[in-house]
Design a protein around this ligand. Structure first.
Ligand SMILES: [Zn+2]
Length: 429
């Protein structure tokens, strides 16, 4: 009698989810697996029969023809640009700076209408959730997306972006940064920088220092185009001309002075690379710069869809993996990517890098993203103690083994109608 009572108490409100496949991410895929969940936490995971034996009387929920995997992480997007989605329906631009100029001009036209911006952002947010995305790092210049945090049941991390290269604007930028609300009253207020080519070095330092003091991640666009590389390394080229034409150039800007030292070297030289620095894009990076990223534990986020549309090149993904860097994946915005889907990002990356194990690509979209956002204690893999942020993805009948499972998930164009989420965790920020 007493034993029964104890067992009842232990198993109360405990549910076991059973599926033909589990994809734990940190461990090999499991056939006929079970995940025991209580109060939004994974309490056990393994062979279904073993898990079921450990929790007699638990409710069992079957997910036939499906794989259970961790929620996806979108480590880089700009939801507040969603209303400009028509830009990426045009043919790819002929130059990176031409695209920036066009995007800024279109944005200036439409920026007045708050409702249009928020409605478009919310539509993307809802679709991300439907696709099984559990955490998002969003970059914006306004507070419009931050107001949408309650609409997303996962983790929507809003980073307010600062930029401005000119020394004459520095004091104003630093003053407004000082006035930003922060932890503990507003722990969700993150401030970050646009890019090394658009942000004065003193402003970069101030933003990074703020992030360090608040224990926050610091996200920045890095090594996205050759135009950026030429300016950062030699102070010349298309980007400098673009900035000069618009009156944004700063004559005191100090390039690294070496063709082999681009934005990663520049950030390192100024002490801005550490384990909470999230370098987004990282396409034009030398072997030595990859070592700098690895040695400093800096995080990398790749955006294959945006890179393809803008024609800026492909990141050296194989090299990153070889150096022990597990990149995250991000969609970037609808202005540079015709579709915002981490599933599509995985497929594009696999097409461009056919030698990479599909299991590694799945790790990028889950664990890589969780590490990049500092959420890997809660998200990114299915493990005992982590949040039960589990996605159920319907599988075609053809999946026979672990390899074809990973291949199928990466190459199959998975849409939101074949995914649903079992549970969303509370916001961990
Ligand atoms: Zn971006």
């Amino acid at each position: 009698m007493r034993v029964e009572a104890v067992t009842d108490r232990l198993t109360s409100r405990l549910t076991i989810h059973r599926a033909p496949w589990l994809l734990p991410i940190r461990h090999p895929p499991l056939a006929d697996g079970g995940i025991a969940v209580r109060a939004g936490r994974i309490v056990d995971i393994g062979d279904f029969k073993q898990v079921a034996r450990s929790y007699p009387g638990a409710e069992i929920i079957d997910h036939p023809d499906a794989v259970l995997m961790p929620g996806l992480i979108n480590a880089h997007t700009h939801l507040e640009l969603s209303h400009l989605a028509y830009l990426s329906q045009d043919p790819s631009p002929t130059s990176f700076t031409g695209w920036i100029g066009h995007m800024l001009a279109e944005r200036a036209k439409a920026d007045a209408d708050k409702k249009t911006i928020q409605d478009a952002a919310l539509a993307v947010l809802v679709e991300q959730q439907r696709q099984g995305v559990i955490a998002i790092a969003d970059i914006s210049n306004t507070d419009l997306v931050r107001e949408l945090i309650p609409e997303f049941p996962g983790n929507l991390l809003c980073l307010k972006e600062y930029l401005g290269l000119r020394a004459s604007e520095l004091t104003a930028s630093l003053n407004s940064l000082k006035e930003e609300a922060g932890y503990p009253d507003y722990p969700e207020v993150y401030c970050t920088a646009h890019a090394p080519y658009s942000t004065h070095i003193d402003l970069l330092r101030a933003l990074k220092n703020r992030a360090i003091q608040l224990g926050q991640i610091f996200s920045i666009h890095v090594a996205e185009s050759t135009a950026e590389h030429d300016m950062i390394s030699q102070g010349t080229g298309e980007m400098r001309e673009f900035l000069e034409q618009r009156g944004f150039w700063e004559s005191s800007f100090q390039p690294t002075g070496s063709d082999s030292k681009g934005s990663v070297s520049y950030l390192h030289q100024h002490g801005l690379l550490d384990s909470r620095t999230l370098c987004v894009h990282c396409i034009h990076v030398t072997e030595q710069e990859m070592d700098l990223l690895a040695e400093n534990g800096a995080k990398v986020c790749l955006c294959p869809g945006s890179n393809r549309y803008l024609g800026v090149g492909t990141a050296p993904v194989e090299h990153y993996l070889r150096k022990g860097i597990l990149p995250a994946l991000g969609t970037d915005s609808l202005t540079s990517n015709p579709e915002l889907s981490i599933w599509r990002e995985m497929r594009l990356l696999a097409e461009e890098h056919p030698g990479i194990d599909p299991a590694d690509i799945l790790r990028m979209a889950t664990l890589g993203g969780a590490e990049a956002l500092g959420l890997d204690r809660q998200l990114g893999s299915l493990e005992t103690g982590k949040a039960a942020a589990i996605s159920v993805v319907k599988l075609p009948e053809s999946v026979q083994n672990a390899f074809s499972l990973a291949e199928c998930l990466v190459y199959q164009d998975i849409k939101s109608n074949s995914v649903y989420s079992l549970a969303y965790p509370l916001n961990f920020y």
